[in-house]
Design a protein around this ligand. Structure first.
Ligand code: SF4
Length: 289
């Protein structure tokens, strides 16, 4: 059985940067170091950081002035930032620079009188953070079939959550065209996302089974699994090697592996090794029979 890993699988630049900032902050700061929300959407990496003393809190009310707070890669709202300052906690900002760029585009559109449209997941922290930079004055469109209600349809300014699939972005733009007089689009889908989606799509077209590795709460990993399923390839989204079942590989010639931008390399290696071991055992059994 051939096992192939999609190119560019695993940590993107923004996630690597956020993890490095967290580790360095943990080493260099005395007192309690926490992240506001999980630093990335990968429960295994978050647990590892917890073991090294960097926990996360869900609520700003849990933060006290003796703490150092790391802002996660998805960013936060201006209100949350001001609340942290009021609490006099030390702030270390690990927001991905690409996400900051999107926050700035959102402000620019709003300041110029455009109705801001964000194509993305309403409940995702990145989207909530962006909305929080424009006083909640944004319409979020989550999928291509959703009803679109426009308060101001003269000038629309459109951006995307950085991890959206390009096909969804295009389909929603297509629907917006007849609804407005002026449409200004900035494709804010991150290059790291597009590259992973392209490589995964190409591998899925050529594989019998796809294994997508990463947090079940990770938007970019879930999107990778959706892309493979839409192609009709049998696809499993797993977080760790423990979830793998040997029945998945019966009569399979090629397995494709891909991992989201927040999946650590050690988990990818464990998954690869487990599938390899299943294949070796199968071959040994065939040789003996
Ligand atoms: S996927 Fe892109 S925007 Fe998101 S953290 Fe990685 S580099 Fe930043």
């Amino acid at each position: 059985m051939q096992i192939e890993l999609a190119e560019n699988s695993g940590f993107c630049f923004g996630v690597k940067r956020a993890i490095n900032i967290a580790i360095k902050t943990g080493q260099n700061h005395t007192g309690k170091v926490v992240t506001l929300g999980p630093i990335i959407h990968n429960p295994q990496m978050v647990s590892k950081l917890k073991e090294s003393g960097i926990d996360f809190v869900d609520d700003i009310d849990q933060i006290t002035k003796d703490m150092t707070v790391i802002i996660r890669s998805h960013g936060i709202t201006i209100e949350e930032y001001n609340n942290l300052k009021r609490k006099r906690a030390k702030i270390v900002d690990a927001t991905c620079p690409m996400v900051k760029k999107v926050q700035n585009y959102a402000k620019e559109f709003t300041n110029k009188g455009y109705q801001l449209i964000i194509i993305g997941e309403k409940e995702h922290p990145e989207v909530k953070g962006i909305i929080g930079h424009v006083d909640n004055n944004a319409i979020v469109i989550q999928d291509e079939y959703e009803k679109i209600n426009l308060a101001n349809n003269k000038k629309l300014g459109v951006i995307a959550q950085t991890t959206q699939p390009i096909e969804r972005f295009q389909k929603i733009i297509y629907r917006l065209v007849p609804l407005c007089e002026e449409l200004h689009i900035i494709n804010t889908i991150c290059g790291a996302t597009s590259i992973r989606q392209k490589a995964t799509k190409s591998l899925a077209q050529d594989s019998d089974v796809m294994i997508i590795i990463g947090g079940k709460n990770s938007a970019n990993t879930t999107n990778l699994a959706d892309i493979c399923r839409k192609l009709g390839t049998r696809t499993y989204h797993i977080e760790t090697a423990k979830e793998i079942q040997k029945e998945w590989f019966v009569d399979v010639e090629k397995v494709g592996l891909s991992a989201g931008a927040s999946t650590p390399q050690w988990i990818i290696n464990q998954v690869y090794q487990k599938i390899k071991n299943i294949d070796n055992t199968e071959n040994d059994n065939k040789a003996l029979s």
